[in-house]
Design a protein around this ligand. Structure first.
Ligand SMILES: C[S@@+](CC[C@H](N)C(=O)[O-])C[C@H]1O[C@@H](n2cnc3c(N)ncnc32)[C@H](O)[C@@H]1O
Length: 964
């Protein structure tokens, strides 16, 4: 994706994509795979004119002019589900955006140019949003200015095949209930959201809803009818997930609902609230993630479940860290005291040893676990960064692989024993989430396109990928670990059939079991998994068993395969286990449809090899044959696998620790070619067959181990390397010294993103395990997309005593407890906080409460600790220039806090801007005439520098906002 503004205010510019950031609201467009609808935004200054030039593979649909930051959410009314309560178009609504169509050229390698103008004047918060549809040339949005868009309301909510399919499948056997189920698919889906972030933070924001909005919304009427207030989802812990059933008409006209909406919009844009379908919140809750767990989210984008997994890894961390900080800072205080009184060595004896690695993290109370979020689509993998940005987690890595071929990731080798070579260790996961690509027919309530486009091939065609992803997930899981398989499809072929096939392939119920979760999430209405279903070919023919397919002799082309069928009679145990899966239907509690199966790995997997097996009607079909053959199994052992090329012509999929070339995410041994050996087995049905994508491949007699399938990864891969800094690095030493960072804080986890390993602008912080993985896989071409929290940013600074590296807002929660008192400022009055939030550059003298402290603290970055009842634990980065202060927060966050804490709907202001600009102009003028240096001039120069520093801070702050 490459956007350029080539002209601004008539001046030619060449601002590259750095000035544009994907807005945080990118999400999948309904029902269409590999598609999302999103926005780029950039802060604009007042009225601006220009020409935007678009180059890239995405398809811009229109340019939007948005008058205020409110539009940061970047939503419109044209069928998307991003806004809070959508039932119609309305110009007054702040979420309504005006836009117009870009020229209609579509496809790849597109280059478009068009003029734009922002409409409002004098508003520094104006954003220009450029909407685009990605990889979705078919999607057109309904808009009042253009009838060339899909009118979602015009899509008829009927599809005879869709209905007939599910009626025949008997997913709901009772006729009356089926009618209810079917009717519910046509109803508007309630708006649901989750309070996100650390528990303390999420609870704080939730309490604003509970104490401020809910009382005002209770017993509200509209046109004489009672309007329901939002309600918490009964099964979601701690009232952190809510639903709202009220439409926009009402929201618009009812003042308390309007206020609720402003709250939701503001907290969403600052990342404290995440819009998420209720049913999509279930899988992470059933994973039982703990703070030391390694978690793999195999198909993660756009990342709503990833965010939940990260929250789970950090659960309890705030309390643990607070406890440790109290203890360890107490130790340091005693040591300092003891060193003053050399005749009292007892405090030194009580010293806690400084630890390194995970021991250091544990000492500090930090979580040692890790979430790796993966997506096969490179661009979508970047959505994961944005979705999780506000969680500021160092325990997080994003990768970009086809999950069916997820590579083994190296850990530090075990030390050499008895002169033997060190033994290579590979990462295994305590928890795996396979939220696989699916037909998505359970999302029909929010995605009307399902009514139009549903067909049986959608589900059948995905079975193979789904089964492969699940098998790979099970291989990567530790013995004793838990894996959740989920889809937003109602189709047993994509659900129970995949689970059944994967379990069989991995060795059956003795090795992998479906966990009974019927006692979990009380309050969640659900149905059991199915044990019987049928399979329909794309021509509409139903088959009850695989034998029927084989016997029919019809040349099926729809890739029906053995694994799609239900367990046979002799597989009673597996069938019983399938009942333990969870099916959520829309009519049960007014949600979307969802399927979840929780699996536990009981023993090492010897996964059956994939291969080709059966012929019907003269046409080859794919399958796997292992029973009764000497086909090699895929070992699932904790030691590295020895490469075993089978002798019977069947090649195998990647084993757990098989060292594929990780730089080629889809490179693999060829599995598809049938071999004579396999064909002989055709009368001896295998427990599972996973068809290949290459059904009609010509048979080959011999394996060629070098043969690989080179599927192009989706999207180019272009990431800077991750280089860790030595703890002794001069920059780190200076930072430690300036902030008096506790000796207990890990020193070896600071990282930069350039090949030279030089701290140029940003220093990141990662967890120990993340460091271990990044360093031990360096040079292997592993497709790491993201890791690390911005901890320090380089900053122009005039005070020679000040550190050039300021603590970033993102990193502050990680380091704040370990910053020495000399850089800490305490704030106890609400008015001081309000003023610091309201004014972008308040003068020190206008903050009487902290004036004295600020004057003594010296220039540069400080840690502002808020000690106000109800806001305990709030810690903010504060920049001290010569005369002014600057709370270094993204504007969105300021705005949300001003609204939440002070009912301020106006947002922050920059009352010094005009003066600064005038001063800058005057300085420029003055600079033309060479003046003798006087004391007065020196003072002026200092002020000018102060202004430059301020601009620098502002620029950076804006950058943060854009990134937010
Ligand atoms: C249902 S969505 C995942 C939604 C996500 N778990 C969430 O909660 O936000 C499926 C994702 O799988 C990705 N995907 C499709 N095929 C894949 C594959 N073979 N390996 C990994 N990811 C894949 C798609 O790009 C898509 O982002």
């Amino acid at each position: 994706m490459h956007f350029k503004i080539t002209q601004l205010e008539g001046k030619n510019l060449d601002l590259d994509s750095k000035n544009w950031e994907l807005a945080g609201n990118l999400r999948e467009t309904k029902g269409e795979r590999n598609a999302y609808h999103g926005a780029l935004n950039r802060c604009m200054d007042g009225r601006e004119r220009g020409r935007v030039c678009y180059e890239g593979a995405a398809v811009p649909t229109r340019l939007i002019e948005a008058p205020t930051d409110k539009f940061f959410l970047g939503v419109d009314d044209d069928g998307d589900d991003d806004d809070y309560g959508d039932d119609d178009d309305n110009d007054e609504d702040p979420l309504d955006l005006h836009g117009f169509e870009m020229p209609s050229q579509r496809g790849y390698g597109v280059r478009e140019e068009m003029d734009f103008a922002t409409e409002c004047t004098g508003d520094t918060n104006t954003r220009l949003l450029l909407y685009f549809d990605y990889r979705f040339p078919k999607l057109k949005h309904r808009h009042r200015d253009n009838d060339n868009r899909t009118d979602y309301t015009a899509i008829e909510k009927e599809n005879a095949n869709f209905k007939a399919y599910y009626r025949a499948q008997g997913i709901i056997s009772d006729d009356e209930e089926f009618q209810k189920f079917w009717a519910s698919l046509k109803e508007t889906l309630p708006t649901t959201w989750r309070f996100t972030g650390s528990k303390g933070h999420a609870v704080g924001v939730r309490d604003t809803l509970l104490t401020k909005h809910i009382p005002a919304l209770t017993n509200t009427t509209f046109d004489g009818a009672a309007i329901p207030a939002p309600t918490p989802l009964p099964w979601y812990p701690d009232q952190l997930a809510w639903q709202l059933t009220v439409g926009k008409q009402v929201i618009r006209r009812s003042p308390p609902f309007k206020q609720l909406q402003a709250f939701l919009v503001s907290e969403t844009s600052s990342g404290n609230i995440s819009r998420q379908e209720a049913v999509s919140m279930i899988p992470p809750l059933l994973m039982d993630v703990e703070s030391h767990h390694t978690v793999l989210d195999m198909c993660a984008a756009p990342g709503s479940k990833t965010a939940q997994l990260i929250e789970a890894v950090h659960s309890g961390e705030e309390d643990r860290v607070a406890e440790s900080a109290k203890r360890l800072n107490g130790v340091l205080a005693r040591l300092a005291e003891a060193s003053k009184q050399l005749d009292n060595p007892t405090a030194v004896d009580n010293d806690v040893p400084v630890e390194t690695g995970e021991a250091a993290e544990r000492l500090l109370g930090r979580s040692t676990g890790l979430v790796i979020a993966n997506d096969a689509d490179y661009k979508r993998s970047h959505l994961l960064i944005h979705q999780t940005k506000r969680l500021n987690t160092p325990n997080f890595i994003v990768t970009n692989y086809d999950a069916t071929l997820y590579p083994p990731l190296r850990l530090a080798p075990l030390p050499a024993v008895d002169g033997k070579k060190p033994q290579q260790q590979y990462l295994k996961f305590d928890r795996v989430l396979c939220d696989v690509p699916c037909s998505g027919d359970g999302t029909v309530r929010k995605n009307p396109l399902v009514w139009r486009d549903w067909n049986v091939s959608n589900g059948n065609g995905l079975w193979s990928t789904q089964a492969r992803i699940l098998v790979r997930g099970l291989q990567l899981l530790k013995v004793g670990g838990r894996l959740v398989y989920s889809t937003c499809s109602l189709n047993p072929v994509e659900n129970e059939a995949v689970v059944h096939a994967a379990i069989e392939r991995c060795g059956g119920a003795d090795v992998v079991e479906v966990v009974d979760v019927s006692d979990r999430l009380p309050g969640l209405a659900r149905r059991d998994g199915l044990t019987k279903w049928k399979v329909m070919d794309r021509d509409g023919t139903w088959f009850e068993t695989w034998d029927e397919v084989r016997d029919s002799g019809i040349p099926y082309t729809d890739r029906l395969t053995r694994g799609m069928f239900p367990p046979e009679e002799q597989e009673g145990e597996t069938a019983d286990m399938l009942k333990r899966a969870v099916r959520v239907y829309p009519h049960l509690q007014d949600t979307g449809g969802f399927f979840i199966a929780v699996l536990r790995k009981k023993g090492p997997i010897k996964a059956a090899p994939e291969g080709e097996k059966v012929q019907t009607g003269g046409q080859k079909m794919k399958g796997v044959g292992v029973e009764g053959t000497d086909a090699p199994a895929l070992a699932d052992v904790d030691t590295p696998m020895v490469e075993a090329v089978p002798s019977n012509g069947v090649k195998r999929a990647l084993g757990d620790e098989e060292e594929a070339d990780p730089g080629s995410p889809t490179k693999r041994q060829k599995l598809e070619e049938p071999s004579p050996a396999k064909e002989e087995e055709s009368d001896n049905p295998a427990p599972l067959d996973i068809p290949s994508s290459n059904q009609n491949a010509a048979p080959k007699e011999h394996d060629d181990p070098k043969e690989t399938i080179h599927k192009k990864p989706r999207g180019n891969f272009n990431e800077e390397p991750f280089k860790y800094l030595q703890p002794t690095h001069a920059v780190l030493a200076a930072i430690r010294q300036f902030y008096d960072v506790s000796r207990y804080f890990p020193q070896e986890n600071f990282m930069v993103r350039n090949a030279e390993g030089i701290p140029v602008r940003t220093i990141y912080y990662t967890s120990c395990l993340a460091r271990q993985i990044l360093t031990h896989n360096e040079g292997r071409g592993v497709r790491f997309v993201h890791c690390g929290v911005k901890m320090f940013n380089k900053q122009e600074v005039q005070d020679p005593e000040a550190c050039q590296w300021r603590i970033q807002n993102e990193g502050l929660p990680i380091i704040e407890s370990w910053v020495g008192e000399r850089r800490v400022v305490y704030l106890r009055q609400k008015e001081t906080l309000r003023w610091l939030m309201k004014e972008l550059f308040p003068r020190v003298e206008d903050c009487p409460e902290i004036k004295e402290r600020m004057e003594s603290v010296g220039g540069g970055c400080c840690v502002l600790r808020v000690e106000i009842e109800g806001l305990d634990g709030l810690v903010l980065p504060l920049w001290k220039s010569r005369y002014t202060l600057n709370l270094m927060l993204p504007k969105e966050e300021r705005r949300a806090m001003l609204l939440r804490l002070f009912d301020d709907t106006e947002g922050p202001m920059d009352s010094t801007k005009e003066q600064r600009e005038a001063d800058a102009r005057a300085r420029k003028e003055a600079g033309k005439a060479a003046e003798p240096v006087t004391e007065e001039k020196e003072e002026e120069d200092m002020e000018a520098k102060d202004e430059d520093e301020k601009e620098d801070v502002l620029d950076d702050d804006d950058e943060q906002i854009v990134e937010a």
